[in-house]
Design a protein around this ligand. Structure first.
Ligand SMILES: *[C@@H]1O[C@H](CO)[C@@H](O)[C@H](O)[C@H]1NC(C)=O
Ligand SMILES: *[C@@H]1O[C@H](CO)[C@@H](O)[C@H](O)[C@H]1NC(C)=O
Ligand SMILES: *[C@@H]1O[C@H](CO)[C@@H](O)[C@H](O)[C@H]1NC(C)=O
Ligand SMILES: *[C@@H]1O[C@H](CO)[C@@H](O)[C@H](O)[C@H]1NC(C)=O
Ligand SMILES: *[C@@H]1O[C@H](CO)[C@@H](O)[C@H](O)[C@H]1NC(C)=O
Ligand SMILES: *[C@@H]1O[C@H](CO)[C@@H](O)[C@H](O)[C@H]1NC(C)=O
Ligand SMILES: *[C@@H]1O[C@H](CO)[C@@H](O)[C@H](O)[C@H]1NC(C)=O
Ligand SMILES: *[C@@H]1O[C@H](CO)[C@@H](O)[C@H](O)[C@H]1NC(C)=O
Length: 493
């Protein structure tokens, strides 16, 4: 599990330095002594000797060995120890010792990996959101939401308060008839979306009967929002994005990429004249639109909303059982069409996201795990465990995604033929964001229903991953300036 903490560095005494870091981050210990002649700098850590000068100890466990680097400047005899993607097992004493002409000098570092919101049981921390002013971090976990003060400078220990959101008793007892009490019948907070600068919409699984809350992070008061569509299952992969400036009945609109009553789809509520949710605007006409999707993220982009997911690819031989990563778009103005696309998206388009290594036999990464956006670039994380775990990050430019959606469509002319570029595109071009989606012709609607997939794939920036790690990363965390240098993304840039 990916647990976050803030880093502060304090110095205890003269010879020992305590370094507070967080799981997943990188630390570099700088040896203050230099090696003269051929004497060695020896780095030791919790698993014994880590390195002699710039030679890593090959007997270390491979997980540790792959995360360990020596930053050397041999011209001045300096050998620093760097550890990436820190794990709890890394905590403890580290020291470098240098023997020059019979005199040994050593420096000890104490690496501390504090636990945020310490709990003796698994707490399933998974959802994080920074408030718009970046002064508070909201954490969703099992039966609790926590508000962590981060103020201007992260400090340790952090001030945090946890607000309990237990499952309703009747739902809990019903749930336990068929499921394990822990974790399935607990209330896992799965949605955290800011409705205003000081209120957050939360949705919890509530023992298989999802329920919403609105939490005021100024005074920590909360009200119930009743049943709302969010995941029943604590482990479903789904996404939401709340668009504050897309106002209907005085409130913004929540977009979901989720499974709603066994139908995996992209949806948003539709309101009746009294402002109550009456129906859902949604899609999925056929498995070509979406097949067993696992959603990882969603973002507003101009007049559209983008959804990122992985799914079973239907444009390749089904016997290959291929998973591809996708970006899909719908228009905010889309209120559905007539006939076949009544209450369905008439602006749905999807494209394959490609992430692969360079060279004559590239390795493709198709299992998207997470995605964050920063300055118009999407950073997506892929993990594969073919032989040993590899995690890579590919970056995609928003303008390249838009270009693919504005390019040719893919088609399959007969049931068994190969997929090719579609000819004879009806006019006006299907998939555009228009004011009155109900006014589209039958031709255009039929085309959309049958051609959700774009012909071209979105290519990664620089034609290769921007980051490769021989380990298993699960989540990306987009940091703010306060944390610059303290997250994977910041370090990449
Ligand atoms: C090594 O250290 C010297 C002296 O401090 C410095 O000039 C040089 O740039 C360093 N080299 C590297 C690769 O850091
Ligand atoms: C150096 O680190 C090792 C491993 O953590 C520890 O066993 C040893 O006592 C340390 N030595 C000094 C002088 O701190
Ligand atoms: C090492 O120490 C000896 C005796 O203290 C001294 O004579 C010699 O010059 C030293 N060598 C270096 C390289 O400092
Ligand atoms: C968590 O809290 C318990 C007591 O509540 C304490 O014994 C334990 O050391 C703490 N763990 C960490 C990593 O802080
Ligand atoms: C949140 O609580 C603060 C303090 O009680 C209050 O001033 C503010 O209006 C509340 N926000 C909303 C949206 O109700
Ligand atoms: C959600 O995704 C994770 C990996 O990203 C996977 O291990 C898990 O099985 C998925 N959940 C479901 C319900 O399929
Ligand atoms: C992304 O695309 C825009 C528009 O084409 C371009 O100006 C920008 O430089 C690109 N960004 C990167 C990082 O390549
Ligand atoms: C769509 O509606 C908006 C606001 O009503 C208007 O400004 C815009 O010109 C319209 N666009 C088209 C293509 O009709």
């Amino acid at each position: 599990m990916w647990i976050l903490l803030f880093a502060v560095i304090t110095i205890h005494g003269v010879h020992t330095r305590t370094v507070y870091e967080f799981v997943g981050s990188t630390v570099t210990f700088k040896c203050p002594y230099v090696q003269e002649d051929f004497n060695k700098v020896v780095w030791k850590g919790p698993f014994g000797v880590y390195a002699h000068s710039n030679h890593r100890n090959t007997h270390l466990p491979s997980d540790l060995y792959n995360r360990l680097f020596i930053i050397s400047n041999s011209s001045v005899g300096r050998f620093d120890l760097k550890l990436v993607n820190l794990q709890y097992s890394d905590k403890g004493q580290y020291n470098c010792s240098v023997t020059n002409n019979g005199t040994k000098k050593s420096k000890t570092f104490h690496l501390s990996l504090p636990v945020l919101l310490n709990s003796s049981k698994p707490s399933y921390y998974r959802y994080l959101k920074l408030d718009p002013s970046s002064k508070k971090l909201i954490v969703g976990h099992m039966n609790y939401a926590s508000i962590v003060d981060i103020l201007d400078k992260p400090r340790f220990p952090v001030n945090s308060i946890s607000i309990q959101f237990p499952s309703e008793a009747n739902k809990l007892s019903y749930c336990t008839l068929s499921k394990e009490k822990v974790p399935y019948c607990q209330n896992h907070i799965r949605v955290l979306e800011f409705r205003t600068d000081d209120t957050v919409i939360l949705c919890g699984t509530n023992a298989d009967s999802p329920k919403g809350f609105e939490l005021n992070i100024t005074d920590n008061s909360h009200i119930s929002l009743g049943s709302v569509p969010c995941a029943n299952d604590p482990f479903d992969n789904f996404t939401t994005t709340y668009i504050r400036d897309h106002i209907q009945y005085g409130k913004g609109i929540m977009y979901y990429g989720a499974t709603l009553h066994t139908e995996a789809t992209i949806f948003r509520p539709m309101y009746d004249s009294a402002g109550r949710v009456s129906e859902y605007q949604k899609g999925v006409i056929s498995s070509n639109w979406m097949k067993d999707p696992q959603f990882v993220g969603s973002f507003p982009l101009k007049e559209t909303v983008l959804f990122f997911f992985r799914e079973t690819a239907t444009e390749v031989d089904p016997s290959e059982n291929k998973i591809y990563s996708r970006v899909a778009k719908i228009c905010k103005s889309d209120i559905g069409g007539n006939s076949i696309l009544r209450n369905k998206w008439t602006s749905y388009q999807k494209a394959r996201l490609q992430c692969f290594t360079e060279g004559s036999s590239p390795v493709y990464f198709d299992d998207i795990q997470d995605i964050v956006e920063k300055d118009g670039i999407f950073y997506s994380l892929y993990t594969t465990r073919i032989k040993s775990p590899i995690s890579v990050i590919c970056a995609f430019n928003t303008s390249d995604i838009e270009a693919v959606f504005n390019g040719p469509f893919k088609t399959q002319v007969t049931q068994n033929s190969l997929w090719t570029e579609a000819k004879n595109i009806p006019q006006p071009r299907p998939g555009m964001c228009i004011n009155n989606s109900m006014a589209q012709s039958e031709d255009v609607l039929n085309f959309i229903a049958n051609h959700p997939l774009m012909h071209k794939s979105v290519q990664p920036l620089y034609g290769k991953p921007i980051f490769v790690l021989y380990d298993h990363l699960q989540k990306l965390y987009k940091n703010t300036q306060e944390y610059d240098g303290k997250c994977v993304l910041c370090r990449l840039r």
